[in-house]
Design a protein around this ligand. Structure first.
Ligand code: MOS
Length: 723
């Protein structure tokens, strides 16, 4: 995973295969019910220990010295003064003389000291001589034909044209065309918990309490970088405050922390601060598009011609799907990745999709306006024919009904007064699905049941899901199960990315619990001298005999197992999960045309994710996704200064996030599709929000802001052009 973390595409699978060895229960008690997350109380009471909260005896604090320049060559690094500073126990060069720092915040050196304050003081004594080099902090600078060649292989990398059909014929068939430019900004992840870990060595073995989306992947990353066996690394993540795609491996700060700990022979905590988060650990790349598109008078899309580009910062691409969802029979697209001296991008919640969705959906509304067709009707007319499990044709009308879409006025609210109201819509798709998780279930003679899986809860509630499925499958009360996750000594599970956690973990849990149930029945049956098929566990009671006349408590039955506990391993198999989800969102906004301020009033979302395991945790994913989408639509923006190459808002004061009062009313329908198995929901609900809001702003004001975020200045500037 890590930097190579790939985005699964919708593969349009059929429903899950029949004839699979295992299935979901037909009349479940827990699965599909609103089970509150088991770790909720610990989290709100501050009892849950995040990596940040882990403290070890004799622990030191690590800090990283970062390049203040957007582009500079290291001439020398002198630790002599820093080493003499009070409390300093280890120092480390991350870059060597001759190497270049490629962006402000790029890691240069590090040290560990006995307190955070002493570490910060000592960091100022590290003398680094830089040869400052020319930088390309903005896209405009990097695309300038006379820009200095900074990135090996070119600052701008144009791909080949993707082409289909006959563009000329497509435009000839169009009654109307739209020719416009659209863009989305660089957005940073803003995880509630910053990146970092606590590292401790003992007898050549490393334990890392890491804020990660992948305990096993991070173990592998540590082992490779430190050149030690994977079996000598243990990664623990009991609780973590979000990653959104930016936390799949140990990262530079993790490796640095482990090296400092080894050097000092003491545990080291190295957690980043907010500024470091903004500069160095990932972002959603920007997206730009110049598009010409055509439509017939009765609303059929005919042609799409796009030139697109974006920046993923220093040395990373900026791909995104385009056109998104809607198919143009004749199309061409040429894309260029633009490299800049800015923090490199990483996967961020549905990588590429929010950008592709915003650009395409705004264009769709402009085309609909040309022919004065209702935007929902226009979309229904142009849905792709080859997407068997994509349910937009059902969801648009369903969402429209719930939302009251029929009250939409034509673009431009004609009511008097400065507050203008508008509606907008957009659709999303996502792959999801997952595979390859393993689990172990233990039933102890004292009645205790433990289900272990080396997955991790990145905030989505998988601990609760593990507990639910185990209890349901064994026929015992929810409280009787202890879910153990978040530790690389547990059976393998992949990284929590691509909305794959539930579809990879829950089948493994179901199958392992089934096996444990069968083994338990065998063992009890032979102890009691009955047939195993005559042992049934229901509601925490064990029913024995053909007529199930004899019953005993779960505890009593477990005692009959003797001293040898039931311990079985199981793993993911086909048949309980699939991939491919779809959804739509409708937005209502109010725009004040005197101040330019947009307020999102309501979002209605209809979204599927296959079998809904727990509607409560599913809805919680949707809330989070929509709120993140509001931030993308109206507020968030990494702003780079072209002269200094610095980010001008690397903090939470000027990098704006939605606050409580910015959160709209969110009407959620998570469509249940039990026949498809588990699919995953982390990413889909954030995709269409900004696009729906963007279209609603245009519907309200009669002018279109084609660039995110939709800030008051852009709204006022667009309105100015009306007069
Ligand atoms: Mo993600 S962006 O697959 O955590």
């Amino acid at each position: 995973m890590g930097d190579k973390h790939q985005v699964p595409e919708v593969k349009s699978p059929a429903t899950i295969e029949s004839g699979a060895a295992y299935s979901w229960p037909e009349a479940p008690i827990l699965i599909g019910s609103r089970v509150k997350r088991v770790d909720g109380p610990d989290k709100v009471q501050g009892k849950a220990k995040y990596s940040y909260d882990v403290n070890r005896p004799g622990m030191l604090y690590g800090r990283i010295l970062r390049s203040p320049y957007a582009h500079a060559r290291i001439v020398s690094i002198d630790f002599s003064a820093a080493k003499r500073a009070p409390g300093v126990r280890a120092t480390l060069a991350i870059l060597e003389p001759g190497q270049r720092a490629m962006y402000q915040g790029d890691e240069v050196a590090a040290l560990a000291a006995t307190t955070e304050e002493l570490a910060a003081d000592a960091l100022r004594l590290v003398r680094v001589k830089y040869e400052v080099l020319p930088h390309l902090a903005t896209i405009a600078q990097a695309m300038d034909p006379i820009a200095p060649p900074i990135f090996e292989g070119g600052n701008v990398r144009r791909g080949n044209a993707e082409e289909e059909g006959d563009l000329e014929a497509g435009f000839a068939a169009a009654a109307h065309t739209v020719e416009q430019s659209y863009s989305t900004q660089v957005e940073t992840h803003q995880s509630l918990e910053t990146h970092g870990c606590v590292c401790e060595w003992e007898d050549g073995k490393l334990t890392a309490w890491a804020s990660t989306q992948a305990v096993h992947g991070t173990r592998e990353g540590f082992a490779k970088a430190l050149e030690i066996p994977q079996s000598n690394v243990r990664v623990i993540t009991q609780y973590m405050g979000g990653g959104f795609g930016s936390k799949f491996g140990p990262d530079v700060q993790g490796i640095t922390c482990a090296k400092l700990a080894k050097q000092a022979d003491a545990a080291v905590k190295l957690m980043l601060d907010r500024k470091e988060e903004q500069l160095a650990v990932g972002n959603r790349p920007s997206a730009f598009a110049n598009i010409k598109a055509g439509v017939t008078a009765d609303g059929a899309l005919t042609a799409f011609d796009a030139e697109t580009w974006g920046t993923g910062g220093a040395g990373r691409g900026a791909g995104f799907p385009l056109p998104y969802i809607y198919q143009f029979p004749n199309r061409r697209r040429v894309h260029a990745d633009v490299y800049t001296n800015a923090g490199p991008q990483r996967a961020m919640r549905a990588p590429g999709h929010p950008q592709g969705c915003f650009i395409t959906e705004l264009l769709m509304d402009e085309l609909a306006d040309q022919i004065q067709m209702d935007p929902v009707e226009f979309r229904l007319k142009n849905l792709p024919p080859k997407a068997p499990n994509a349910m937009w044709a059902d969801y648009f009308p369903k969402a429209a009904q719930r939302f009251g879409w029929s009250k939409r006025h034509p673009t431009g609210d004609s009511t008097p007064g400065p507050i203008k109201t508008g509606f907008g819509c957009a659709a999303n798709r996502w792959g999801g699905g997952g595979r390859g998780s393993q689990a172990r279930c233990e039933i102890h003679p004292d009645g205790g049941v433990v289900m272990r899986c080396g997955t991790q809860d990145i905030g989505t509630g998988i601990r609760t899901i593990v507990q639910m499925i185990t209890a349901e499958t064994l026929g015992i009360p929810f409280e009787a199960v202890i879910p153990e996750i978040g530790d690389s000594v547990y059976p393998f599970s992949g990284g929590s990315g691509g909305s794959t956690t539930s579809p990879s973990v829950s089948p493994a849990i179901r199958i392992t619990a089934e096996k444990a149930r069968a083994e338990f029945a065998d063992r009890l049956a032979s102890a009691l001298g009955v047939d195993a098929t005559n042992v049934v566990v229901r509601d925490g009671r064990v029913l024995i005999g053909e007529d199930t006349s004899k019953t005993m408590s779960w505890k009593e039955a477990c005692r009959r197992l003797g001293t040898e506990l039931v311990s079985v391993d199981g793993k993911w198999e086909r048949g309980l999960s699939s991939s491919g989800s779809s959804g739509v969102q409708l937005a209502e906004v109010e725009v004040d045309i005197e101040t330019g301020v947009t307020k999102v009033k309501r979002i209605t979302i209809v979204q599927d994710c296959g079998l809904v395991l727990d509607p409560l945790t599913a809805e919680s994913q949707v809330y989070g996704g929509v709120i993140m989408g509001v931030g993308f639509a109206l507020y968030e923006n990494r702003i780079m200064d072209r002269n200094t190459g610095q980010m001008v808002n690397p903090n939470m004061e000027w990098y704006l996030l939605p606050g409580m009062s910015d959160v709209p009313e969110i009407d959620i329908t998570v469509v249940s599709q039990p026949e498809r198995g588990v699919i995953g929901l982390g990413e889909p609900p954030t995709i269409a929000t900004a696009a729906a809001i963007g279209n609603a702003v245009a519907n309200a004001t009669g002018v279109r802001v084609r660039s995110l975020p939709i800030t008051p200045d852009k709204v006022l500037e667009s309105l100015d052009q009306l007069f």
